[in-house]
Every structure is written in C-alpha cells, then in structure tokens.
Design a protein around this ligand. Structure first.
Ligand code: DGL
Length: 277
C-alpha cells in the first residue's frame, strides 16, 4: 500500500478507522476528549459497506487499514466501527499483540440501565447482529429484558453514498424504526457508527407525542476508554504535538468526508487521498 504523510510519532498519535464516514462520529468524541492528541483517520469508503459482508472480508480490510495507520505512526488504534469490532478486532489483537486496540460495541448495558424495564431497541448492521461477539454481549446483559434487535441492511450504505438526509436514507429509517416504535421502545441503541449522523431522522421516526426516545451512542465512552489506555502508555508531561492534529485519508470522495466532518464539528481536518488497495 502506498503511504503518504509524516510517519514520525508524536507524543500521542491515535489511528482511527471505519468503513467510511461513520467513524467521524467517534473521531469527534475523541477530539473533544483529547484535544492535544494527533488523530489520524482512515475511511475505507471504496470498500464500504462492511455490514453485509462475511468476516474474512471485514478482517482483510481491517488489517489493511491498521497497517496503513501504523505506518503513519499510530500508537493505538480505535476501531470506530461496530462491524469491524465484532468481526475483526480479535484478529487484529492476535496479529499486533503490543498495539492497544479500542473497539466499539452496541451499548446494551447502559441502555438497559436507563430504560427502567421498558423495551430497548438495537439498530445495527446484519453482520454485527449475527456475530458471536454480539450474541455473547446480549446474553451477558439482556437477562429477561425485552430487547428488540433490528438489522438495518443498506442503511450505512445509503448514508455513505446518498447522504444522511437523502430520501433513500429516510425511507430506510422509517422502515427499520417502525417495529421499534410499535413496541414503544423508549431507548434505542445505535449499534453502527454511521447512525448518529441520522439522529434527526431517527427521532422523527421514533418519537411520539408522549415521549422522546433516548438514542444511545457509546462514542464518548470509547473516547474515555482511549484516554485511560493512553494514560498508561504516555508520560503525563508529554509535550503537545506541533503538527496538524486532525488528518484523514479516504479512498472515497474527499469532499463528502469533509462535509460530514464539518457536520460533526471537525472543521480543521485535512483530508488526503488514500489509494484503494
Ligand atoms: N460504521 C460501521 C459500523 O459501525 C460500518 C457500517 C457498514 O460499513 O456497513 O458498523
């Protein structure tokens, strides 16, 4: 894979990847939590979506992106993709046992705590929901609670290629939310990092005159966990880096990535082309 950019590690240089624009929702939480860290983001848009692929495909793409980020000096990798966490993070940890990997998973446990016995909905990709890792998570936390699992085939792809506010996206949102609304879910877990980008459409589809739905996005918990892990790696007095703190590489449309980055409050991000390998 061709590599561009400065590979010299700064005092804290965190690699972040996703199948496309969705991981920017995690990048924004990381930037808020760790404003002095250099964050380097890889968007695999040319190979998205991951959510309807088999594990071998997602593992191979995750390996490529991890190699790319490590070659650019990343000291830790945030897998800002539920699908890649479910299907590939164990393999990444096996291959790079000395690199800290932080993953993201549907926040079922916090959702059950906040919902006080009411039904909880989970929206995620088919690959995440059918993974053994998700099944184990569900078994560990759901108990006798009513948890409605809603696979959303095509939704991340619609957000990625048509945009968060497109007719295609809104139509899918309505279709996937209908069963959760019918079951009166007051809390809905966003089990894909693309979905916080459509929070408004989700509220439009799920809220009723009687209640506003809680959308549970674990991005801030992932940022807090990354901070904890970094604090064990780096000296407390590490000097802030002099380089641009937000850089991204995409093998898709750089303009689309920039547009979503701005919507996430990441105004000063530099976007580079990444060769599709
Ligand atoms: N954003 C991703 C996730 O969190 C992947 C979506 C996709 O590529 O299908 O699952």
């Amino acid at each position: 894979m061709a590599q561009t950019g400065n590979a010299a590690p700064g005092p804290s240089r965190i690699g972040v990847f996703d199948s496309g624009v969705g991981g920017l929702t995690v990048l924004a939480a990381l930037h808020l939590r760790l404003p002095r860290a250099t964050l380097i983001y890889a968007a695999d848009s040319a190979y998205a979506p991951y959510g309807e692929r088999d594990p071998a495909y997602v593992q191979q793409r995750s390996l490529e992106l991890t190699r790319f980020l490590l070659a650019h000096g990343a000291q830790a990798i945030v897998v800002a993709c539920n699908t890649a966490t479910a299907l590939a993070i164990a393999e990444l940890r096996r291959i790079w046992p000395h690199v800290p990997f932080i993953g993201i998973e549907p926040a079922i446990k916090p959702a059950l705590i906040m919902t006080h016995g009411r039904p909880v909905g989970v929206l995620a990709t088919p690959a995440t929901l059918s993974s053994p890792r998700f099944q184990a998570l569900l078994q560990a936390h759901a108990g006798r609670a009513e948890v409605l699992i809603q696979p959303c085939p095509g939704l991340a792809e619609a957000i990625e290629t048509r945009g968060p506010e497109s007719v295609e996206t809104t139509t899918l949102v309505r279709r996937f939310c209908a069963p959760l609304r019918k079951a009166d879910c007051a809390t809905v877990v966003l089990g894909c990092t693309h979905y916080p980008l459509i929070a408004k459409a989700l509220h439009d589809a799920l809220d009723t005159p009687a209640r506003l739905v809680n959308l549970v996005d674990p991005a801030h918990a992932v940022a807090a966990q990354t901070e904890r892990i970094l604090s064990t790696l780096l000296p407390a007095n590490a000097a802030p880096t002099q380089e641009r703190t937000l850089q991204a590489w995409t093998n898709g449309d750089p303009i689309a990535l920039e547009r979503i980055a701005k919507a996430c409050g990441l105004d000063d991000m530099i976007v580079h082309p990444m060769p599709a390998t």
